[in-house]
Design a protein around this ligand. Structure first.
Ligand SMILES: O=C(O)c1ccccc1NCC(=O)[C@H](O)[C@H](O)COP(=O)(O)O
Length: 276
């Protein structure tokens, strides 16, 4: 790890190298896209107007904050357990350098499950969005904090143009304003500070009241109990995204059943949550 660059700077640098390798394939990828049926709306449809808290279950092999996670290295087996236990969508961390992920994991999972798939990676260019669609993703992550403003708006528009749903990830008030200005309909509040790795569910508690009720809101990171899930539901979250807690379980199906044991709750209002 280069001590002179933050790990995020190193990730962005490695993404730029990946993009250079994709450039010669641009027209071939555009042709393949033109042959696909569109549009995709499965991701938001799986999370909107639910009578229960939505669950996005993540396949994550490793992470910069804790290293290798969990016992399962078989993506198909792990995701099959997620599906059977009631997950609404699957998130696949495909970043290779720091998460030991791969696009191959996404392709394998696409072939094995019908649930909507979110590609979790550090997207900074249109070619990565094209690549995500061709690998079978229904949604991709646009992380506001790593994108220059003009790049964020350009990539958001490109997602609308090519028909893939962006989960716009925020971590503070300014980033929420930018997401709303772009017209984001699905907003992910990451409870994890991507620079310090510090995780605090109070981030969702602080930011939920700032997001209009018609937006789908996903609370991401640090969720590990039905208490967490209930509190977020009463504060107006539509869904949670859970990775490490599920990847660590010998029995992820039981862990999901426990997480969802009290999920049939009406979604609370964001500006004035009412606690029973
Ligand atoms: O997972 C990490 O340690 C991490 C560190 C720095 C940037 C991103 C990171 N993870 C990506 C995610 O946001 C999480 O994988 C996802 O929200 C699930 O979080 P968790 O349930 O805490 O694994």
């Amino acid at each position: 790890m280069n001590r002179n660059l933050s790990w995020l700077d190193q990730i962005i640098a490695s993404k730029k190298e990946e993009i250079k390798k994709l450039l010669p394939l641009h027209s071939k990828m555009e042709k393949e896209l033109s042959e696909l049926s569109m549009p995709r709306k499965a991701f938001s449809a799986a999370l909107r107007h639910k009578k229960k808290m939505g669950l996005i279950a993540e396949f994550k092999r490793s992470s910069p904050s804790i290293g290798v996670i969990g016992s399962s290295t078989d993506p198909i087996l792990q995701v099959s357990k997620y599906r059977k236990a009631g997950a609404d969508c699957i998130s696949v961390l495909t970043e290779e350098k720091f998460f030991n992920g791969s696009l191959e994991d996404l392709k394998k999972i696409r072939q094995s499950v019908k649930l909507p798939l979110l590609r979790k990676d550090f997207i900074i260019h249109e070619l990565q969005i094209l690549q995500s669609i061709l690998a079978g993703a229904d949604a991709i992550l646009l992380i506001v904090s790593i994108l220059p403003v003009k790049d964020f708006f350009r990539l958001y528009s490109y997602c609308m143009q090519v028909g893939i749903e962006p989960l716009v990830e925020v971590h503070d008030e300014v980033e929420i304003e930018r997401a709303l200005e772009a017209g984001a309909s699905i907003i992910g509040i990451n409870n994890r500070d991507l620079r310090t790795f510090h995780v605090d569910l109070l981030v969702s508690r602080r930011l939920l009241p700032l997001i209009p009720e018609d937006k789908i809101v996903v609370s991401e990171s640090g969720i590990s109990s039905s208490d967490d899930l209930c509190d977020l539901r009463m504060r107006g979250a539509d869904a949670v995204l859970v990775g490490e807690f599920l990847m660590r379980q010998e029995d992820p199906a039981k862990a999901i059943a426990d997480l969802l044991s009290r999920s049939f709750l009406p979604r609370g209002t964001r500006k004035s949550p009412i606690f029973g």
